[in-house]
Design a protein around this ligand. Structure first.
Ligand code: ATP
Length: 297
């Protein structure tokens, strides 16, 4: 019988530029196990299958039998314009679908955060339209650039408050998340007693509290130490929502994202699937440097 699962696994792994070793590490199994799955010698257990579908952000059906996924349009940005004292966004057009992991790239001041604030509805555009095919209150989560934490609250009180605002308080889940983000020892500390990296981790945890449809992260790993950065990228593997992340962390984009979008001179100057870039033997950093050169439209 044709080993569809093994072929799918190899394809998905290669699209993400992951070695068998790299994938094995994420799954806490040996490289030999991954090799055997890909060769069709052994099948993974159901929990490993579920983890694989999370890591690659695909349906189980797609992983097992290779049926094409039904992507749904989540967000439409049409001819978006925004100026402050000068034009920042001139004519931004972008469609975002379910199950995408998008890295939003661009030089400092190119308008990435402005675009995110417009998507969130925190800022009014001058012209253009944003169509949201989701419920803004229930389906949208965000980790902004600055931590929105209350210094004089204890970690657990901040978490309870944020979860109550998001109408998703679950004490058991909160405890599990604190453990997952290695903040369990900080449980009863005041926010002002946390390090910068710990605050970023708490902000990320809060953004991940509710399983919404769209998660937006604005430079999430800035100020994090290496351990926190690892925790961050590992947790992103298990997010089911579409993710738009502003990041300059090129080491990770090759592995974690499915699509890169470049904002330059007020327009989307590059929009490509990571798989296509890799199939041209480029890294995302090389693609970005080439597309973001001055004078190149
Ligand atoms: N509220 C504001 N008032 C005036 N100018 C603003 C405002 N917000 C942003 N800008 C300007 O708009 C431009 C784009 O800023 P924005 O923060 O969106 O860029 P960015 O791509 O996110 O940059 P960075 O990578 O440095 O975070 C900058 O020139 C900035 O000074």
């Amino acid at each position: 019988m044709k080993n569809v699962f093994g072929t799918q696994l190899t394809l998905l792994r290669q699209k993400r530029n992951l070695s068998q070793e790299g994938l094995a590490k994420k799954l806490f199994v040996s490289r030999q196990s991954v090799s055997k799955w890909e060769n069709g010698e052994v099948e993974p257990s159901i929990d490993k299958l579920l983890t694989l579908s999370e890591i690659f952000a695909v349906d189980l059906d797609y992983l097992l039998v290779g049926q094409s996924q039904t992507r749904q349009l989540l967000l439409e940005i049409k001819h978006l314009q925004k100026s402050f004292d000068k034009k920042v966004l001139e004519d931004v057009n972008l469609d975002v679908y379910t199950q995408e992991r998008i890295a939003l790239l661009g030089s400092n001041g190119s308008g990435k955060s402005t675009m995110v604030r417009l998507i969130l509805g925190n800022l009014m555009s001058d012209k253009g339209e944003i169509v949201r095919h989701f419920h803004s209150e229930d389906d949208l989560s965000v980790m902004p650039q600055e931590d929105l934490l209350i210094d004089t609250y204890r970690v657990i009180d901040q978490l309870t408050l944020s979860a109550s605002i998001q109408r998703c308080f679950d004490a058991q889940k909160a405890r599990e998340l604190l453990q997952q983000y290695r903040l369990d020892e900080q449980y009863s500390k005041m926010i002002y007693q946390l390090s910068g990296g710990q605050k970023r981790r708490l902000s990320l945890l809060i953004a991940m509290l509710r399983p919404g449809k769209l998660l937006i992260l604005d430079e999430p790993t800035v100020g994090m130490d290496l351990e926190s950065i690892d925790i961050f990228w590992q947790s992103l593997d298990h997010v089911k929502a579409t993710v738009i992340t502003i990041t300059h962390d090129f080491n990770q984009i090759d592995q974690y994202f499915s699509r890169v979008v470049l904002l330059k001179d007020g327009v989307i100057a590059g929009d490509e699937s990571v798989a296509t870039i890799h199939s041209n033997n480029q890294t995302i950093e090389q693609w970005y440097r080439m597309k973001n050169q001055k004078g190149l439209g």
